[in-house]
Write a protein that binds this ligand. Structure first.
Ligand code: SIN
Length: 457
């Protein structure tokens, strides 16, 4: 098996940045059924119910597999430490290394991959196109960092390329989450689903994005609000008081819109997590370091925050086994959409979905053995084509943030479509993908989950 990656050992992936952890119903009084209900409530019941059932019932097994692979989750006495995040009505989030869960997870999986004799890893490569024969996958063309292009023949390709957050001006995602896997799948003829559903995290650190961070804003994990931190406006008034029974732990879309509204109206928004005091460096080392790097001591000062694009619920339409409609093309993780997250993903369900459905894809393909490339039919290359130039990409990221951000309206979406058409040449495949997203948002005239049409309220 060949694993192709842009970075080495999972570096540069969104997973490595994940702070929140993995949701699993292990606590006293909790149950997979309660986890499923919270998943459906957050997802505005737009979820694929069988996928939700699979997700929540297999969560304990996913955790056990990771532990067997050497991932140490944070413990509380004899059991695992269970935190709480937005939309969860129970303590059910496991973490590793406090808020370094994603980095620890990627490190454990990279160790397991290195130890597995049957996996060859090629890092630093970019897949440029898929080879189809008679409409089925026959191979991939890739380009190494040296610029050398090579081709690999295969009958099966699994896309696990992440989401689209980097197409937005404000994002928690790394530069590689640019939708290239989605564009590749679409070019090969795979269908998309739920493209309009983009989740905005309410609390990214409101600081200028730097080139060193690849344009991403540091995430300020929701687990802080689970630990008692609260949101405030400039005048010290609670932002979420009275807006939802869960207040600061309301589903993410609600909190993100409230913060967005405050900033739109000229105010600022703040997270007060000073109650953690001296526990900051040990409990939330990643956020603590990010704040200190920007001159903020969160043990004594409020943290300035902004919403930012965080997760794409939509993606390549797949069944529960990760099959796209193109023979031999499979997809898992954020690039795929089997409907499990509905219109708005519940916090800490994304690593779980990647693990649970990724395991299903792996077991299925391992059982089937290595697929030979198809024997008959015409050959055709399918790739996204020319990429946007740097200036056009900046324009596109600003345009999507304004038109396709936490609050959308028909006027803004129509204008965005016009601008994308006029800028089509410079915007390349990112422009065509952005246009598909905007079109999906236009088609859904009413609000649902994370897709909020201000003109429909
Ligand atoms: C967070 O830590 O706030 C994000 C968790 C998630 O995206 O599920």
């Amino acid at each position: 098996m060949l694993l192709l990656a842009r970075g080495a050992d999972g570096a540069g992936s969104t997973t490595a940045l994940a702070q929140g952890g993995i949701a699993v119903a292990l606590g006293a009084g909790d149950s997979p059924a309660a986890h499923a209900l919270d998943t459906l409530l957050a997802g505005a019941h737009h979820n694929h119910r069988a996928a939700v059932r699979h997700l929540v019932t297999r969560a304990p097994a996913a955790i056990a597999r990771l532990q067997a692979q050497g991932l140490d989750f944070d413990r509380d006495g004899d059991g695992l430490c269970l935190g709480r995040e937005g939309g969860h009505r129970a303590h059910r989030i496991v973490h590793a290394g406090g808020d370094a869960s994603g980095a620890r997870l990627v490190a454990a999986l990279a160790r397991a991959v290195r130890a597995a004799g049957h996996v060859e890893v090629r890092g630093g490569v970019q897949v440029q196109a898929l080879l189809l024969r008679g409409g089925a996958i026959a191979g991939v063309r890739l380009r190494a960092a040296s610029g050398r292009a090579t081709m690999v023949e295969t009958g099966d390709v699994v896309l696990a390329t992440g989401g689209i957050g980097a197409l937005f001006a404000a994002t928690t995602n790394p530069a590689g989450a640019d939708g290239s896997g989605l564009a590749l799948g679409l070019a090969a003829g795979a269908a998309a689903r739920d493209l309009e559903f983009v989740q905005f995290h309410p609390t990214a650190l409101a600081v200028p994005a730097t080139a060193a961070s690849g344009g991403a804003l540091p995430l300020v994990t929701e687990a802080l609000r689970g630990a008692g931190a609260r949101l405030y406006d400039d005048h010290g008034r609670r932002l979420m008081a009275g807006l939802h029974p869960l207040e600061d732990l309301a589903p993410r879309d609600l909190v993100a819109r409230r913060v967005w509204q405050e900033l739109r109206d000229g105010g600022r928004a703040w997270l007060d997590a000073t109650l953690l005091g001296d526990a900051w460096p040990s409990r939330f080392p990643t956020v603590h370091a990010a704040c200190r790097a920007h001159g903020i001591d969160p043990a004594v000062a409020r943290i300035p925050i902004t919403p930012a694009a965080h997760f794409h619920m939509g993606g390549l339409a797949v069944d529960l086994d990760g099959r796209t409609g193109v023979p031999g093309l499979h997809a898992g993780g954020e690039v795929a959409c089997n409907g499990v997250h509905g219109a708005n993903r519940l916090a800490s369900n994304s690593l779980l979905a990647g693990l649970g459905f990724g395991h299903r894809i792996g077991c299925r393909l391992a059982g089937a053995g290595d697929a030979a490339p198809p024997a008959g039919g015409d050959f055709a290359w399918a790739g996204p084509g020319q990429a946007a130039n740097a200036d056009a990409l900046d324009r596109l990221r600003a345009l999507l943030w304004h038109a396709l951000g936490p609050v959308r309206d028909a006027g803004g979406l129509v204008e965005a479509q016009r601008n994308l058409r006029e800028d089509a040449h410079a915007c390349g495949w990112q422009g065509r993908l952005a246009s598909r997203l905007v079109e999906a948002a236009l088609q859904r005239g009413g609000s649902l989950g994370a897709h909020w049409r201000g003109d429909a309220e």
